[in-house]
Design a protein around this ligand. Sequence first.
Ligand code: ADP
Length: 213
Amino acid sequence: MELTERQTRIVEIVKNSSPITGEQIATKLDLTRATLRPDLTILTMAGVLEARPRVGYFYKENHEPSALLVRLRQLRVGDFKSIPAAIRPNISNYDAIVTMFTQNVGSLIVVSEEHELLGMISRKDLLKAALGKTDLQQVPVGVIMTRMPNIIMTMSDEPVLEAAKKLMQHQIDTLPVVETFIDEHGDERYEVVGRFTKTNVTKILVQIGTLGQ
Ligand code: ADP
């Protein structure tokens, strides 16, 4: 498990002075207990720390990840992806906005006739165009989209956690799910077969969390 810098410091503190309460850890780090709460919850759920009520936190030597965590790491994008909300590059920005409303999405994947990935267009791209002098009815999305090779993608066999990390690191809402194919020049290209979004990640969390309720 990759720990954040703060989580690493918490683990060091607990290792050196357990049992230690959340309040005491917070004081050592000069932070509030509320700020530390998510880190302590995650470290406890991951099995790195053990929380004993009214005693404090202990470091667990040779901790095993919980069964839930093991299963979570096994989830693959392909089992949760949505159908792609895609448009062609020659449609106008105006029509892209209409498509966002009718398809109820915040970003659209721009593809060729053969479903090859060309780019992405998001709400902010269209808002930016609307603020500028762009004629939304005339200018096609192909002009203002973020284009290949700058598109962050995922594949059906990628772990959900890796895809979720990409969404966070790049501060984007949607990853096109692609399959690779080789064109007539021997170059690798990408066919869009779905999309994986922050909403998919939220749904997974809710489904797992409410199982058996
Ligand atoms: P919003 O505009 O609603 O905040 P995003 O955060 O997804 O939506 O998009 C932010 C910017 O990143 C936009 O310029 C968009 O074109 C671009 N973008 C969206 N998805 C991707 C992606 N998968 N790879 C690279 N760039 C992307």
